[in-house]
Design a protein around this ligand. Structure first.
Ligand code: NAD
Ligand code: UDP
Length: 311
């Protein structure tokens, strides 16, 4: 049994991760400030004696004797991370410093939930880990993109300077049950709109692409990375290479929900990346042939079922 800290553990991905780590027989501390996460996501875990919930903000230091740390604390939806941009960058940078400091002190392995956003609006397609990215340092997405880039730098420097055991994964757009209905990201927005027969809001002309990964595939990659050989630090892409336009996604959601929603077009936000698709050959090579197994249609069906129950 390992003692594992999950920051951002009451969020969408974090709550699934806590559940899976508990099911694998670990002792789990879930740390969250409930900015975008909720107690509802982890309510079912509270009776488990191996589960602890701590209300805490990662911009302040935190101490606990643990073997592993998954650092997920950070709002992930553009709407939420732009709501308080300064807080977002503090969360990424100070959160990384505090978790790296803790890992150093207790000799834990610490994994950073980085993002495909470090590639910005990429000029290389698909994106490999050795691509440095194309990021606006002063735009509306910068608090998130640059915060995550700085966190990657800190992880590497703590490893090089202090020999901290680190792992970095770059997560591509992930969706599934427990996304917040008002989260603002495209999959939850479209499903909620379709189930309520409201207009589907496409930003821009819908020709921009994303590669959508179901949450269970991410968890498998993330846990394999945490437990991979010590010398493999990443960064490693964890995403589903299936690439779809946002218009295709809207059409799929309408078909799978049987909705009478109409598609509407709204202005494209500043710096919205035009294309995104992971090259996952490094993950396949280093993480025991890890490959996503849940295609977009199957994942959408599961996610639609969840939203039907809660709205
Ligand atoms: P989410 O918003 O549901 O979860 C983030 C969690 O972090 C929430 O529970 C929130 O309350 C908590 N949090 C935010 N600021 C905090 C702070 N200062 N102190 C403590 N807790 C704080 O988002 P998610 O989709 O579950 O994302 C989890 C992580 O994965 C994030 O770090 C995100 O950047 C990363 N990520 C997610 C995706 C994706 O597509 N879902 C893609 C790339 C990276
Ligand atoms: N998007 C959209 N309608 C929405 C929400 C998002 O067309 O209601 C678009 C958004 O402009 C972007 C893509 O969908 O091009 C993915 O957006 P999301 O916020 O989910 O993630 P990110 O842009 O961070 O990849």
């Amino acid at each position: 049994m390992k003692r594992i800290l999950v920051t951002g553990g009451a969020g969408f991905i974090g709550s699934h991760l806590c559940e899976r780590l508990l099911n694998e027989g670990n002792d789990v501390i879930c740390l969250d400030n409930f900015f975008t996460g909720s107690k509802q996501n982890i309510l079912h875990l509270l009776p488990n004696p191996h589960f602890e919930l701590v209300r805490h903000d990662v911009t302040s230091p935190y101490y606990a004797e643990v073997d592993q740390i998954y650092n997920l604390a950070c709002p992930a939806s553009p709407v939420h991370y732009q709501y308080n941009a300064i807080k977002t960058i503090k969360t990424s940078v100070m959160g990384a410093i505090h978790m790296l400091g803790l890992a150093k002190r207790v000799k834990a392995t610490v994994l950073q939930a980085s993002t495909s956003e470090v590639y910005g609006d990429p000029q290389v397609h698909p994106q490999r880990e050795d691509y440095w990215g194309h990021v606006n340092p002063i735009g509306i997405r910068s608090c998130y993109d640059e915060g995550k880039r700085c966190a990657e730098t800190l992880f590497m420097d703590y490893h090089n300077q202090n020999n901290v055991n680190i792992k970095i994964i770059r997560i591509f757009n992930t969706y599934g049950p427990r996304m917040h209905p008002n989260d603002g990201r495209v999959v939850s927005n479209f499903i909620v709109q379709a189930l309520q027969n409201k207009d589907i809001t496409i930003y821009g002309d819908g020709s921009q692409t994303r590669s959508f990964q179901y949450v269970d595939d991410l968890l498998e990659g993330m846990i394999r990375m945490m437990n991979s050989e010590k010398s493999f630090l990443g960064p490693v892409n964890i995403g589903n290479p299936g690439e779809f336009t946002i218009l295709e996604l809207a059409q799929k959601v309408i078909a799978l929900t049987g909705s009478s929603s109409k598609i509407t077009f709204q202005p494209l936000p500043q710096d919205d990346p035009m294309q995104r698709k992971p090259d996952i050959s490094l993950a396949q090579e280093k993480l025991n042939n890890w490959t996503p197994t849940i295609g977009l249609d199957a994942g959408l069906v599961k996610t639609i079922e969840y939203f039907k129950q809660i709205i």
